[in-house]
Design a protein around this ligand. Structure first.
Ligand code: SF4
Ligand code: SF4
Length: 167
């Protein structure tokens, strides 16, 4: 269950974090969904079959990371903004975090933005390398953020100057 602050516990995160070996192989989803609610667009949107079929609509999603390509479609389809893709293979010094972003303005490519942790604290700086929009899910662009490798597992949001909610 979530803590009172809405921030997942270390044990919850451990449960959904791929092995170091898998993380080093390339992009992979991390599904930080810990509340049993009637919801399954993550399963429905994954064309790779990497998210196990739900036996009950309230099930928590289970990822088979050997099937996950890190495509990010599930990020844009998750109404809880609970899915991220991380890629440690991005460059020798930087890793990539793909995250959902529903605020305006949407950042420009190459923008340097504040990289925030799960509690909304500034963890460092990140560089926007791509803004990806999936058909039918244009309200939820997926921002590709390059960050120092030691921040990949902590950065889960960004702050762009003067933002407001897009919805
Ligand atoms: S990132 Fe792509 S392949 Fe991986 S779980 Fe999400 S939709 Fe499936
Ligand atoms: S779509 Fe998002 S909120 Fe819904 S079950 Fe999947 S991960 Fe959880």
């Amino acid at each position: 269950m979530l803590t009172k602050t809405g921030v997942p516990t270390a044990q919850e995160l451990d449960r959904v974090t791929p092995t170091r070996h898998r993380l080093e192989q390339g992009p992979v989803a991390i599904i930080e969904c810990f509340q049993q609610i009637p919801c399954n667009p993550c399963f429905l949107s994954c064309k790779q079959g990497a998210i196990q079929e739900f036996s009950d609509i309230n099930d928590l999603p289970v990822l088979d990371d050997s099937k996950c390509t890190g495509c990010g479609i599930c990020i844009a389809n998750c109404p809880g903004l609970a899915i991220f893709v991380v890629d440690y293979s991005y460059s020798p010094d930087e890793g990539l975090v793909k995250l959902p972003y529903e605020f305006l303005p949407v950042p420009e490519i190459d923008a340097q933005v504040d990289a925030l942790d799960r509690e909304g604290r500034i963890a460092g700086k990140g560089r926007v390398v791509k803004v990806q929009r999936f058909k039918g899910q244009e309200r939820t662009p997926v921002v590709w953020l390059a960050v120092p490798k030691d921040l990949v597992m902590s950065v889960r949001n960004i702050k762009v100057g003067g933002q407001s909610h897009a919805r």
